[in-house]
Design a protein. Structure first.
Ligand code: NAD
Length: 250
């Protein structure tokens, strides 16, 4: 039996039906939190995740919505509060890539990655903050990336958004610290999900050579760290970026 340290808490996880988001939602449910999973497009996978979370003995709702849309982000947050009468943990996980070298990158590919990966996090934070300030309690965890720290050829849009997430995290952490709200970021390295599955074997091999621990990460590796940041075990930590990357960035 897990120690249910998040019993009675409500957590929103954006992009929570697969990959890292799903692992985060399942881990928070293991610890007893009620879960709101946000998803962009419906399908059988949503029903399956709901069932998996319910099997952990917590309550769960799924809310469709595009985080890059200000109104839809508001609806995600409102649905959580309507359903559970509280919102204690927000995990901004939803993200996309549209890779390409700067010489070839289309303006719309730059815009859409910033819009989802950076503005999406802003939108959810913006709608969540008044509620967390009022209850004088909250944990906001933003999923950045190591490329937001190091940059990456072919990912200027994505790296800019993920670096932006770090600036957003640190600024909001400073603003909300006195209000009982902790704001931190997790920067994954190379994690095996649908997002990285599409990369060529050459890129995967080059990445592996860059990882001192000599293995790719699993979504659960991120879930564990997010769970720590979502709990009161990390109550003296705010404004930090925690790399979970097998030593890629030391
Ligand atoms: P993934 O593609 O498997 O999952 C991303 C999820 O976000 C999907 O469920 C997708 O539907 C959802 N999503 C995308 N756009 C959305 C929108 N506008 N509104 C709502 N939901 C939306 O990818 P993943 O690897 O699980 O990535 C999760 C997060 O971790 C992303 O922010 C990603 O940038 C970050 N990350 C991943 C890695 C990695 O190696 N996989 C590394 C660093 C950071």
């Amino acid at each position: 039996m897990q120690n249910r340290v998040l019993e009675g808490k409500t957590a929103v996880v954006t992009g929570g039906t697969r990959g890292i988001g799903k692992a985060i939602a399942l881990k928070l449910a293991d610890l007893g939190a009620n879960i709101v999973i946000n998803y962009r497009s419906s399908g059988k996978v949503v029903e399956e995740v709901i069932k998996e979370i319910e099997d952990k003995g917590v309550r769960v709702i799924a809310v469709q919505g595009d985080v890059s849309n200000f109104k839809e982000a508001e609806n995600i947050v409102k649905s959580a509060i309507d359903a559970f009468k509280s919102l204690d943990i927000l995990v901004n996980n939803a993200g996309i890539t549209a890779d390409g070298l700067i010489m070839r990158m289309k303006e719309e590919d730059f815009d859409k990655v910033i819009q989802v990966n950076l503005k999406g996090a802003f939108n959810c934070i913006k709608h969540t903050t008044p509620y967390m300030i009022k209850q004088r309690y909250g944990k906001i965890i933003n999923i950045s990336s190591v490329v937001g720290i190091t940059g990456n050829a072919g990912q200027s849009n994505y790296a800019a958004a993920k670096a932006g997430i770090i600036g957003l995290t640190k600024s909001v952490a400073r603003e909300l610290a006195a209000r009982g709200v902790n704001v931190n970021a997790v920067a994954p390295g190379f994690i095996q999900t649908d997002m990285t599955e599409v990369l060529s074997d050459k890129v995967k091999e080059a990445s592996l050579n860059n990882i001192p621990l000599k293995k790719f990460g699993k979504p659960e590796d991120i879930g564990e760290v997010v769970a720590f940041l979502a709990s009161d075990k990390s109550s003296y930590i705010t404004g930090q970026v925690i790399n979970v990357d097998g030593g890629m960035v030391i």
